[in-house]
Design a binder for this molecule. Sequence first.
Ligand SMILES: [Zn+2]
Length: 62
Amino acid sequence: MGLFTFRKKVKPIVYTIEECPKCGRKVKRKFKPGDYVYKEGEVCEKCNAKMLITMIYAETPT
Ligand SMILES: [Zn+2]
């Protein structure tokens, strides 16, 4: 065991989950600046309703 332990620095990747209130479609995409929960997202591919951001979270890559 050495004094200096090598620590891998991993940057967490932030993801945004958008959910369609109409059909329940969920889309996971990378976080974009300005995103916040309950903000209107993109238009749903399935039913053309405005999707809603329901979750923003960080994932650390392994
Ligand atoms: Zn939809």
